[in-house]
Design a protein around this ligand. Structure first.
Ligand code: NAD
Length: 293
């Protein structure tokens, strides 16, 4: 049994902390939102009302926060109160630079650290079936792995500091681009008189096959479980896709790399969010693309 302090009990962090508890670990939880502490307490997590309290007696601290500035602010406070040797794991999706800053903070205070962003969404968080992409030293990864396995199914060590975030950003750039590609293909098929089902039947077993087509198909019908069949309720919200595409373009600019389609995908998702698509599933971008014909 490991004593874990979990900071950030939102849509993802709440169920992730609950799964650590179910796996037999001692879990303390902290969030700025009082109702989330009540929900955590009802599940058996020990609620904490301060950052100092949540780390009390913990071997490991996990953060699951909105963005890089939150992570840096919390980790700055963490390293001031946890003993050297405490393992710090950040599971948030954040920019590469902030991830590097967080690792450096931990290193300066003698704490092993890991960036371990996830994919799999809220359903994966609840079902403990998340994919973790981890960056950090081998020792930190080895110590964290059993805990990540309690929250996820696939755990991949991607390399050193910030390489988990790099993997997440690159993966989601593929996802954003491929959803737009699949949407455009359905729009074109429609104009050519080709039925949606026929396009799906061919592309899903041909070289056009991809996750955006076969799991999150943006038109209702061919994949009954895709968000298109429930008026595009997320799933994976368009606001989060935009966030990840912006991270990809920040990373590309810093690395001096041009990703033309990544840039165009970001611009289209920005337009979709500005037009009110924020809370819809990201596959709903097909509606905007269709309207602009
Ligand atoms: P969320 O907004 O539901 O949860 C974040 C929580 O952090 C909030 O409850 C907030 O009150 C808390 N918080 C913020 N600052 C804090 C502080 N200083 N101290 C304590 N608590 C603080 O967000 P989420 O959907 O759980 O996402 C968390 C992270 O996971 C994000 O980086 C997101 O991009 C990533 N992610 C989300 C999904 C998803 O489907 N929701 C999927 C993959 C990755």
């Amino acid at each position: 049994m490991t004593s874990i302090g979990f900071i950030g009990l939102g849509h993802m962090g709440g169920p992730m902390a609950a799964n650590l508890l179910k796996a037999g670990h001692a879990v303390r939880g902290y969030d700025l939102v009082a109702e989330l502490l009540d929900t955590a307490a009802a599940q058996g997590i020990l609620p904490s009302h301060s950052l100092e309290d949540v780390v009390e007696g913990c071997d490991v601290v996990i953060t699951m926060l909105p963005a890089g500035n939150h992570v840096i602010s919390v980790w700055n406070q963490l390293v001031a109160v946890v003993p050297a040797g405490t393992l710090l794991i950040d599971c948030s999706t954040i920019d590469i630079e902030s991830a590097r800053v967080a690792h450096n903070l931990a290193q300066q205070h003698g704490c092993p650290s890991l960036d371990a962003p996830v994919s799999g969404g809220t359903s994966g968080a609840q079902a403990a079936s998340l994919t973790f992409m981890a960056g950090g030293e081998d020792e930190a990864f080895a110590a964290a792995k059993p805990l990540l396995q309690a929250m996820g199914k696939t755990i991949i060590h991607c390399g050193g500091a910030a390489m988990g975030q790099a993997a997440k950003i690159c993966n989601n750039m593929i996802l954003g681009i491929s959803m737009i590609a699949v949407s455009e293909a359905f729009i074109l098929a429609d104009k050519l008189g080709l039925s949606q089902q026929s396009l799906f039947d061919v592309a899903s077993v041909s070289s056009g096959q991809c996750w955006s087509l076969t799991t999150y198909c943006p038109v209702p019908g061919p994949v009954p479980t895709s968000p298109a069949n429930r008026d595009y309720q997320p799933g994976f919200a368009a606001a989060l896709m935009l966030k990840d595409l912006i991270l990809s373009q920040d990373a590309a600019a810093t690395a001096g790399v041009t990703t033309s389609l990544g840039h165009e995908a970001m611009a289209l998702y920005q337009r979709f969010n500005d037009a009110g698509g924020t809370a819809k599933d990201f596959s709903a971008i097909i509606e905007m693309l269709r309207k602009s014909q």
